[in-house]
Design a protein around this ligand. Structure first.
Ligand SMILES: Nc1nc2c(c(=O)[nH]1)N[C@H]1C(S)=C(S)[C@@H](COP(=O)(O)O)O[C@H]1N2
Ligand SMILES: [Mo]
Length: 337
């Protein structure tokens, strides 16, 4: 691998962005900058106090209407011990202030913008295409009809950082049971809202909005595929993709689409947001594999977000036992980007 090429963003070089060879970015990752800033705040005695200040500040800020908060009585949901992790959970205050959510900007500090702008009440989800029971359902009605549980999942971003999160939600398979996909349905296409007036990042018209992702029906039926409605024992906050997102822990993080408004069943393989931007770098399958480098950086190891430890990346992000069988006989496909 070329030495010291550290990914700073998954955006393609053709986009109107700071060049990826900028010295500061080649040597310092966005996580380094982010954590250093936190350290300075702590040094100034603004650690805990800084958080209190942050809270007070946010209270003055307009908080956008949230449908998720109306379901607060459902949390915390019981933890399903079958999904545990050997690493520490990423502290909530770190995780909730370091996010990828391009609808609110192509950098990591989008939490305040998301909290103040992302209106999720009302929020309806259209479920259409090749299903026996299509519906347009209010978020609250959907979540109250589903079996909620908490799971500890690893999350591996394609940019080579990782975190561990207590997500709350329900298996995608429970959604399939509800809407009854037809025999001809081969894929599920998920779509995020498109509202440039609400999400300023969507004014960047060179991106192919709305954000789209897709999986196969077999992947959707895998026990790990999870619809997320909560995190850290409470309704999901805006920056994590309120009110409902996916978690596919064996795939690179960009597959785990946020703030879903439409779920379509189809016999056509969906073209995802990142695939549309750069198909050579971001494919349909995007399964984690340390032996298949991204064209611009190695995937052999990852930086744990909150400790800065560099640890080896594991095939299927450590979930091979559950998912390897999905890909038997598919060696000819580009399964790992
Ligand atoms: N709609 C939408 N979903 C998205 C993204 C995005 O920009 N927009 N970013 C993806 C990427 S690259 C990652 S790593 C995760 C980040 O999730 P987190 O902010 O909860 O850590 O969300 C994914 N889902
Ligand atoms: Mo990511």
């Amino acid at each position: 691998m070329p030495a010291a090429r550290r990914p700073s963003s998954l955006a393609a070089p053709s986009l109107h962005r700071r060049p990826s060879w900028a010295v500061s970015e080649a040597q310092v990752t966005p996580e380094d900058v982010f954590l250093a800033r936190r350290k300075i705040l702590k040094g100034l005695g603004l650690g805990a106090a800084g958080l209190a200040f942050g809270t007070a500040f946010q209270m003055k800020e307009a908080r956008a209407a949230s449908a998720a908060e109306k379901t607060a009585d459902l949390y915390p949901a019981e933890r399903n011990g079958a999904y545990s992790i050997e690493r520490d959970i990423t502290p909530e205050e770190i995780n909730s202030s370091y996010n990828n959510f391009y609808e609110f900007g192509s950098h990591k500090q989008i939490a305040d913008a998301a909290r103040s702008s992302l209106v999720t009440d009302p929020w309806s989800i259209m479920i259409d295409g090749m299903v026996d029971k299509p519906e347009t359902v209010e978020f609250e009605d959907l979540v109250r009809g589903m079996p909620l549980e908490e799971r500890l999942y690893r999350h591996r971003c394609v940019e080579a950082w990782s975190m561990t999160v207590p997500w709350t939600g329900f298996p995608v398979s429970a959604l399939l049971d509800r809407v009854a996909p037809q025999a001809g349905a081969k894929y599920i296409r998920f779509e995020t809202f498109h509202d440039p007036a609400m999400a300023s990042g969507q004014k960047q018209s060179w991106y192919p909005w709305p954000y789209v992702e897709g999986i196969t029906i077999e992947e959707a039926r895998n026990e790990l595929a999870f619809m997320v409605t909560g995190a850290y024992g409470k309704p999901i906050e805006a920056q994590f993709g309120a009110p409902i997102r996916l978690a596919l822990p064996w795939k690179y993080g960009f597959k785990s689409i946020k703030s879903i408004t439409r779920i379509s069943f189809t016999d056509q393989r969906p073209v995802s947001f990142w695939e549309e931007i750069n198909a050579a770098e971001y494919g349909f399958w995007a399964n984690v594999n340390p032996d298949v480098p991204h064209p611009r950086w190695s995937q052999a190891s990852e930086r744990i977000l909150h400790t800065r430890e560099e640890v080896p990346t594991v095939i299927y992000n450590g979930y091979g036992e559950q998912v390897a069988g999905l890909y038997a006989g598919m060696e000819g496909e580009a399964l790992y980007r």
